[in-house]
Design a protein around this ligand. Structure first.
Ligand code: URA
Length: 408
């Protein structure tokens, strides 16, 4: 049976629900080995899956753990997921905006993967911030302040945890069927009524081509239809880092600046407004234009920042204690011109080398390190001006400026 299933997918045939259930649950239960599962994952990567197979895999994932029910909480609960990027701290900004406008936000976030940071790691850089809330604590906090951002409980799609860990080390992460079932199963099991997915495309993302992102978007929307949940998607650029900061504490500080209305007009702020507008439009069932004005108002009035502080306070954090490394290293421009490119992947690699992410599962994160982009794409720069500042507690890795920046 095991070899038959692998061979069937190897030659591009469709697997039945029963076969998918048998194989994936067999892996969770220890009947299927790592090498057999890796082989099937690679066959899926190469030959893809039909819509029916993707629906089946999503169901097997969802059924492997708990499905949360927040129907007792009044209002439409809208969840958001990003497929991951460099400097992506949008949740820290948009969750408080949306919650401050009366749409309940129960957000279960993950940790960093590869070069991309995770919201939970960023929040943990706020000393004392609790990210492992119990179901009761989550419900209590949402009832009180309309907002909670916490880690995924162990019982939520356990199959995704083991499969993702294997994909991460077998070159099988960038597969549309596997990404779709992994993301959508978690969002459906998290009890959201409606779901917004931010699909990243570019050299700092899982997907490199827009056509692939469109395919992923289509299948995610179809999965939503199967579960009677509205799914909207945004395809956003991940060729340049998002915003000014990369690294856990630095990103929290940047999110605070955006919530205070101090940062305007960059790719990160634009994306936050876009995503928050979609979520508010979905949660309040209003037009995007109406939602956009509400989003602006929540920043301008200070309500969004107030909501962020309420969340940090209730989850035990103290923003006065966010630490950034005192040791810095600056890179400077060797020419005059306009910045036309900042390579997200290269910046992600450096940030990982500084300790802002994990190279190995057991590495410890250094929350205080990272990168601040002093100049962004479109900025004019003079020879000798600082392009970026690296906050570090280690020896700086070799940095080839010409691999990161294009200055014309
Ligand atoms: N994020 C996920 O949760 N799963 C994937 O497969 C890719 C990105």
């Amino acid at each position: 049976m095991i070899l038959e299933i692998i061979n069937k997918k190897r030659i591009g045939k469709e697997l039945s629900y029963k076969e998918i259930d048998y194989f994936f649950n067999g892996y969770l239960n220890g009947v299927i080995t790592d090498y057999q599962m890796s082989s099937l994952l690679m066959a899926i990567c190469i030959n893809g899956m039909t819509d029916e197979e993707i629906f089946a895999l999503t169901k097997v994932f969802i059924d492997s753990g708990d499905v949360l029910d927040f129907s007792d909480i009044p209002g439409i609960k809208v969840d958001k997921h990003s497929t991951g990027g460099i400097g992506d701290k949008t949740t820290l900004v948009i969750a408080p905006i949306v919650a401050s406008l009366g749409v309940p936000v129960i957000k279960m976030s993950g940790r960093g993967l590869g070069y991309t940071g995770g919201t939970i790691d960023k929040l943990e850089s706020i000393k004392g911030f609790k990210v492992d809330l119990s179901d009761e604590e989550i419900l209590d906090q949402v009832r009180k302040i309309n907002l909670v951002v916490t880690g995924q409980t162990a019982d939520l799609v356990p199959l995704d945890k083991v499969i993702y860990a294997l994909r991460d080390v077998t070159g099988t992460v960038s597969s549309i069927p596997l990404i779709a079932s992994s993301v959508m199963s978690k969002k459906i099991a998290s009890g959201a009524d409606k779901i917004l997915i931010d699909i990243k495309v570019g050299n700092g993302a899982l997907l490199q081509k827009r056509e692939e992102a469109k395919k992923l978007s289509e299948i995610m929307i179809k999965i939503g239809e199967v579960y009677h949940k509205e799914v909207r998607t945004i395809i956003s650029d991940m060729n340049a880092p998002l915003g000014r900061c990369i690294g856990n504490s630095l990103e929290v500080l940047e999110a605070i600046d955006v919530l205070k209305g101090r940062e305007k007009d960059n790719n990160f702020v634009d994306l936050c407004y876009k995503l928050a507008t979609e979520m508010v439009s979905m949660g309040k069932e209003i037009t995007k234009k109406e939602a956009y004005y509400l989003v602006l108002e929540s920043i301008n009035s200070g309500e969004a920042y107030k909501k962020f502080l309420e969340m940090v306070g209730m989850q035990g954090g103290d923003i006065a204690k966010i630490k950034v490394s005192e040791k810095t290293y600056k890179i400077k421009s060797s020419s005059n011109g306009i910045i036309t490119k900042i390579n997200a992947l290269e910046m992600g690699k450096i940030s990982l080398a500084l300790g802002a992410g994990k190279l190995n599962k057991d590495d410890k994160l250094d929350y205080s390190v990272g990168i601040v982009l002093n100049k962004l794409i479109g900025d004019t720069v003079k020879k000798g001006e600082v392009l970026a500042t690296f906050y570090t507690n280690k020896k700086i890795p070799e940095i080839k400026i010409e691999n990161i920046y294009k200055i014309n």
